[in-house]
Design a protein around this ligand. Structure first.
Ligand code: DQA
Length: 139
């Protein structure tokens, strides 16, 4: 099984960025743990701060991979383009967020990803990604 985790803008700063919201761990460290926990999965990781690069990655993997775990970060709340890319491909996408966006500012309550995602997991810290990967394994 081939699954890619795609992270959007500012998630390269995890560990340093607002640790009270996003925790102290870097995503690279967490990803190493994930690879250890899900040895049976071919796991890949991609991060970009650029909307078009995220769209290109979704297009590149979206007809051949078994799953995409996507945290589009701030683009979740603004990007019709990422929503359309998800609609265009055949690989199912699980939307994840580290924080519970519904407990936060109102602009974070809107998602252009949710209506086109297979499911949404949010508010469990980095564990949100574990849960998303598990959901692909339990199909
Ligand atoms: C986030 C929530 C978004 O609102 C925010 O812009 C992020 C991270 C999360 O994982 O909690 O960058 O997607």
């Amino acid at each position: 099984m081939k699954i890619i985790v795609i992270n959007g803008p500012n998630l390269n700063l995890l560990g340093k960025r607002e640790p009270e919201v996003y925790g102290n761990k870097t995503f690279e460290d967490y990803f190493t743990d994930l690879q250890f926990r899900f040895k049976e999965v071919q796991l890949e990781y991609f991060q970009s701060n650029i909307e078009g690069e995220l769209i290109e990655k979704i297009q590149d993997v979206g007809f051949s991979y078994d799953g995409i775990v996507l945290n589009a970060a701030a683009y979740t709340h603004t990007s019709i383009g990422i929503g359309d890319a998800i609609k265009a491909v055949t690989t199912p996408v699980i939307e994840v967020h580290i924080s519970n966006t519904h407990k936060r500012e109102e602009f974070r309550h809107i998602s252009y990803i949710s209506p086109v995602a297979r499911g949404v997991i949010l508010g469990f810290g980095l564990q949100s990604y574990d849960l998303a990967i598990q959901s692909f394994l339990q199909e």
